[in-house]
Design a protein around this ligand. Structure first.
Ligand SMILES: [Zn+2]
Length: 219
């Protein structure tokens, strides 16, 4: 069982159901390795979710579900993906990033207090005092419910804050930060971090070389 969107870019083992949130984020093509948008058409979206949901069921101990997506679901799912991306960017203090540009929910801002979306979710109390959650609705509503439910559960365990968007804007893949103090900003230090550090040091050298004649020429 795999997370089909994320594993296009790197092997991953995100804890439990949080992988579903990471996977919908990574249905977007990475600028670093241009691939198909898995929410670009119904056939691709259906193939993605049909492969992702068995993984979700396995990782969360739920019974397997089948979800049928239609043309109408796609704009809503791309909007959810963009809202998640913007929220994670905002949390990390990053700017911009890859975008579908069709968020259009008219809430007039993307600061920390704007509510991007909401969904119905069934919470049940069982006779043995166990509490369980079940996504509600059909199509995009069900998937929004499942994704936000996993994010909420991950927030209670502290795992949610470790889900991030790679700071390399050309990459922008969603990754799980395993660093001890949750300080990671690159999905891969080798692939994205080193390239950025190299660019920054070249810029510093260039800036230094340009500044030299102006300051060094005066007696
Ligand atoms: Zn990256």
């Amino acid at each position: 069982m795999t997370w089909p969107a994320t594993e296009r870019y790197f092997p991953t083992a995100v804890p439990g159901g949080l992988g579903l949130v990471q996977d919908i984020l990574n249905t977007a093509p990475s600028g670093g390795a241009p691939d198909a948008d898995l929410l670009g058409d119904v056939a691709a979206a259906q193939a993605w979710i049909s492969a992702a949901l068995p993984t979700w069921a396995e990782r969360t101990g739920r019974t397997a579900v089948r979800l049928t997506l239609t043309e109408e679901d796609l704009p809503k799912l791309r909007q959810l993906r963009e809202q998640l991306r913007r929220a994670l960017h905002s949390r990390c203090g990053s700017t911009g990033g890859a975008s579908d540009g069709d968020d259009g929910d008219g809430d007039g801002g993307d600061n920390g207090t704007a509510r991007f979306t909401s969904c119905a979710l069934q919470v049940s109390l069982h006779g043995d005092a166990a509490l369980t959650t079940e996504p509600e609705g059909e199509g995009w509503r069900w998937l929004t419910s499942a994704v936000l439910c996993e994010a909420l559960l991950a927030q209670t365990t502290g795992e949610w804050r470790r889900l991030k968007i790679c700071r390399n804007e050309r990459c922008a893949t969603a990754f799980y930060d395993r660093s001890r103090n949750n300080s990671g900003v690159w999905h891969s230090t080798r692939d994205c971090g080193n390239a950025a550090n190299l660019r920054a040091s070249r810029q510093r050298r260039r800036a230094g070389a340009e500044a030299e004649p102006a300051t060094g020429g005066q007696a």
